[in-house]
Design a protein around this ligand. Structure first.
Ligand SMILES: *Cc1c(COP(=O)(O)O)cnc(C)c1O
Length: 413
């Protein structure tokens, strides 16, 4: 199969089918018997036919056989597919997890003495990096209110080197004005990094919106099957090169078996995202109509915080959103989650199966109140749902009976 020359003109679904399937990775050129998917090339050692070939080998050229830690065709195919899905990207680096990707990017961009600005609704392990890993290396982290440009400006100083954005943010789902924040960062010479795990490149074209480096936990939607972990960072040529060299220096490598699973997930990601998004919106609308529910935090839901920015900037949604119960207790919320039959209780999200977890972000925040802390009643308890591929009506029926268990817990005034 010859590779189309300008895949940027094709729709995301088409690119998702074609990407990363170079003839030299899926067959033996000029011989019949090519396969559809790049096979799993398991290797630590790549052999050279003779000494002259070893001596002639270009030092650290991207995408060339060298040694297993630099990857092989299976990993290159996944990286190339992700690059093709991210308009404006020159390359993609793979990491063993999403957290490893965030750490790899921050350790590429930041130096001792630098300041990192981080959105206050960032994924908790990202926050922990600011408090621990980065602090230990002499890098200071400051947090800013995700939806306040003035909080971002106030957090900047002459030592600010990078900003870590996440939109919608973990747990509370505020959508950030990423184009405005990325432009403000650029004007100050600050590198902008986005955790784009929620929308993925299919739902939000990060680099096209001005971001310098975009990160995804592939564990979520690219895998889509809750059986594999990986992370990625995509960027333009300058940052891509620096990220690749730093990742090599840190010894980051992903297994070809896992890369093959990720490629398999990637082929159906757009369909899964579309199905989940439609189901999540219907469930969010149903929850909004329920007397037990104080507030639904879902960017796709009209009237929800961030909906206008989501409409303006995004080309898709996903099945992850949160809602807040009226009053109640932590125990009543536990009873609700325990009563759910179709929702698993567990971390992660973006798989084909639905999940529910409790959400209590207020104690985590440092630069902004959880928007709901100001809400009446102040003792609201949140639940985060990851909507999978079960039928929407079945999920709603399950939530309905679990809400009845919650109400019967005796905590509703
Ligand atoms: C899960 C997640 C990560 C980390 O990914 P892992 O693959 O679990 O390490 C990073 N950011 C967000 C927003 C996530 O939800």
């Amino acid at each position: 199969m010859s590779k189309p020359t300008n895949t940027d003109d094709l729709h995301a679904t088409t690119r998702g089918v074609l990407a990363g399937r170079r003839a030299e990775w899926t067959g033996t050129p000029d011989h019949p018997g090519a396969v559809v998917n790049p096979p799993v090339w398991r290797a630590s050692t790549h052999l050279y036919p003779e000494m002259a070939a070893l001596r002639a080998h270009p030092a650290n050229q991207d995408g060339n056989f060298y040694y297993g830690r630099r990857g092989g065709p299976t990993q290159w195919a996944l990286a190339e597919a992700l690059t093709e899905l991210e308009p404006g990207a020159a390359g993609t680096v793979l990491y063993p997890s999403g957290v490893a990707a965030i750490a790899g990017v921050l350790l590429t961009v930041l130096r001792p003495g630098d300041v990192l600005l981080m959105t206050d609704n960032a994924y908790e392990p990202s926050r922990a990096m600011g408090r621990g890993l980065l602090k230990d290396f002499g890098i200071e982290t400051r947090w800013f209110d995700p939806t306040s440009p003035s909080s971002f400006e106030a957090g900047c100083c002459e030592r600010t080197k990078a900003v870590l954005l996440e939109s919608p943010g973990s747990l509370t789902m505020e959508v950030q004005d990423v184009p405005a924040l990325a432009a403000a960062a650029k004007a100050r010479g600050i590198v902008s990094i986005l955790d784009n795990t929620w929308a993925s490149a299919i739902g939000f074209a990060a680099l096209r919106h001005g971001v310098d480096i975009t990160v995804m936990s592939l564990t979520k939607h690219v895998s889509g099957h809750s059986d594999c972990m990986m992370g990625s960072a995509s960027a333009g040529a300058d940052w891509y090169r620096k990220l690749r060299l730093r990742a090599q220096g840190l010894g980051n490598v992903v297994s070809p078996d896992d890369a093959s699973l990720m490629l398999r997930g990637l082929r159906t990601m757009k369909l899964r995202l579309d199905a989940e998004t439609a189901s999540a919106l219907a469930i969010a609308q149903w929850l909004e109509s329920r007397p037990e529910v104080a507030r639904v935090l879902c960017p796709m839901l009209p009237g929800s915080p961030g909906h206008d920015l989501w409409l303006r900037d995004f080309t898709g949604g996903c099945g992850l959103f949160s809602f807040v119960l009226k009053r109640g207790t932590s125990a009543a919320r536990d009873a609700l989650i325990d009563a759910l039959d179709l929702f698993g209780i567990g971390y992660s999200w973006g798989g084909f199966e639905s999940l529910a977890t409790p959400v209590d972000p207020a104690p985590i925040r440092t630069a902004s109140a959880w928007p709901l802390a100001a809400m009446e009643p102040s003792d609201a308890f949140g639940i985060r749902l990851s909507i999978g591929l079960e039928h929407t009506a079945d999920l709603i029926a399950d939530l309905e009976q679990a809400l009845a268990v919650w109400a019967a817990y005796g905590e509703v005034a």
